[in-house]
Design a protein around this ligand. Sequence first.
Ligand SMILES: [Zn+2]
Length: 196
Amino acid sequence: MTTSASVPTGPDSAIRTGGAGENSTAGTDSTAGTVTNRLVAANERYAADFTDPGMDARPVLEVAVVACMDARLDLHAALGLQLGDCHTIRNAGGVVTDDVLRSLTISQRALGTRSVVLIHHTGCGLESLTEEFRHDLEMEVGQRPSWAVESFRDVDQDVRQSMQRVRTSPFLLHTDDVRGFVFDVRTGLLREIDPA
Ligand SMILES: [Zn+2]
């Protein structure tokens, strides 16, 4: 496999050598480094204390959580989840797209989950977008994206729509335990949304 000419060395060597003489960092001192360098360094510390949990891939709590990618939503902390407990499926808005249904289908049929939890949140970036976003993109790059923006005005209604998409999917084995919530980014509390 060839790599881009602008990345002549692997990230490992760049970090382990402290960047001395590296020409891949374009004059950046890698001790300051890119954000990815920071993450990789944090991983080395994580791995140093890591012990093999000896789990298989099936989530212990048999639950899949679909949530917005929002940086203020720490799913594991907010829901008391531990390593191995659940599948987490995230995208912009926590929207139940075809690809989310693909993941849920695999989660249920291949990996034994039975419950679905949907989490949207207050102050979501999608509330300030419209489908004009797609139009503007098309004008800028000359190509219309195949995906919908899935922007929304009413977060409660958006959660209901998401629940409905899960419940009516023909591919899922288990649609009886599907619940939806709005996470308040200021209080950390979940508010359940009535599906009706
Ligand atoms: Zn969001």
